[in-house]
Ligand binder design. Structure first.
Ligand code: VGL
Ligand code: ZN
Length: 193
């Protein structure tokens, strides 16, 4: 990937709950992305690109969790081991917390409050605009949820988006979900490489 000072590498949710085999919502092969992402972080930083991280940062009670009507086991709870970034991940930039409150969304850009229908923006787009970013590179977990939603949202906001195949893994509740996610991203004009 070519990085420059108008490019941002967005590292999505490389957190213990997704990337550690002991994590609450372990994504198969999740730990394997760490090394690949770290190489990208080095490349990005040497080229003067921005590196931004996202973290699932849920309340203990949220409509995102199965026990409160959602889909998922309890994961990414604010301040817990599971919500921390993987210890081997190179951290060379700020982290955007998402999925707080009554949210059941996946994008790093916005939060959808199911209780009142309000969609709030996270700080992510402002962080990119302040640096006049026009290109974003997306890596991390999981291909079929937060990577997909974040990449599609970036494209919808006018950024030129590339997703790194080697640096993502899917949850695959259904076996083809990661392939379908890649297809949806490509159909939205996102480059997968
Ligand atoms: C994610 C499921 C639930 C993700 C987050 O990071 O892709 N997936 N919460
Ligand atoms: Zn979540």
């Amino acid at each position: 990937m070519d990085y420059d000072d108008r490019t941002a590498l967005i590292v999505v949710d490389v957190q213990n709950d997704f990337a550690d085999p002991e994590g609450a919502l372990y994504v198969n092969g999740g730990e394997q992305v760490v090394e690949v992402v770290n190489r990208e972080v080095d490349r990005a930083v040497s080229a003067g690109a921005l590196v931004v991280y996202t973290q699932d940062w849920h309340n203990e009670v949220t409509p995102h969790f199965a026990e409160h009507g959602g889909t998922w086991p309890v994961h990414g709870v604010q301040g817990t081991w599971g919500a921390a970034l993987h210890p081997d991940l190179k951290v060379q930039g700020h982290s955007v917390h998402k999925g707080m409150g009554e949210d059941d969304g996946y994008s790093g850009f916005s939060e959808h409050n199911l209780a009142n229908g309000v969609i709030d923006q996270t700080p992510l787009e402002t962080m990119l605009r302040e640096r006049a970013i026009d290109k974003v590179v997306v890596a991390g977990l999981a291909t079929d949820y937060c990577v997909r939603a974040t990449a599609l949202d970036a494209a919808a906001r006018g950024f030129k988006v590339t997703v790194l195949r080697d640096a993502i893994r899917g949850v695959n509740l259904e076996p083809e979900d990661d392939a379908l996610a890649l297809r949806a991203m490509e159909e939205a004009g996102i480059t997968a490489r």
